[in-house]
Design a protein around this ligand. Structure first.
Ligand code: UDP
Ligand code: MG
Length: 158
């Protein structure tokens, strides 16, 4: 397992429903380190690039309409195995069948208004972080709690 960074988006439904803090808490409580945070409007242009893999899918027009309808929050997280850890915290794509204990399972029922986006591979994470954050907007900082989140000898190689 290597140190990774991943992009999470709190989607318009999460921000409108006042769930941002609770969603951010799930990632913080797990031990993922916050390295970038931005409240923003997703433009049509950014949505087209971010979701280009889905552009032929029937749900694409509705997805772009939803994602550009109201502010989102872009969240950059760091941790060992952060990409899969974040995806597991999010739960399955559809709120209707996401497991309890996950963000999508606990906070929603919709299959399209599903609260969060998370990068699904190291390649996607690198690409997506670059779309939402400038390099100087992703911080390098020492989180003191890391000493207790990871085994310094076994996991951090110190
Ligand atoms: N989506 C949808 N209907 C579908 C499948 C996906 O509205 O049948 C939306 C949903 O918001 C989802 C996003 O499109 O989060 C991207 O789909 P993907 O398959 O990449 O799911 P994710 O990676 O977000 O779990
Ligand atoms: Mg996806």
């Amino acid at each position: 397992m290597t140190m990774e960074r991943t992009l999470i988006l709190a989607k318009p439904d999460a921000v409108q429903r006042g769930l941002l803090g609770r969603i951010l808490s799930r990632f913080e409580e797990k031990g993922l380190k916050l390295v970038g945070l931005k409240l923003m409007h997703m433009t049509d242009e950014l949505a087209a690039v971010h979701y280009e893999a889905h552009k032929e899918r029937p749900f694409y027009p509705g997805l772009v309409r939803f994602m550009t309808s109201s502010p989102i929050v872009a969240i950059a997280l760091e941790g060992i195995g952060a990409i899969d850890i974040a995806r597991n915290l999010m739960g399955a794509t559809f709120g209707s069948n996401a497991n309890p204990g996950t963000i999508r399972g606990d906070f929603g029922v919709s299959n399209s208004f599903n609260l969060v986006h998370g990068s699904d591979s190291p390649e996607a994470a690198e690409r997506e972080l670059g779309l939402f954050f400038g390099t100087n907007e992703l911080l390098e900082w020492d989180m003191d709690g890391c000493k207790w989140i990871y085994d310094p000898v076994e996991e951090l190689g110190q």
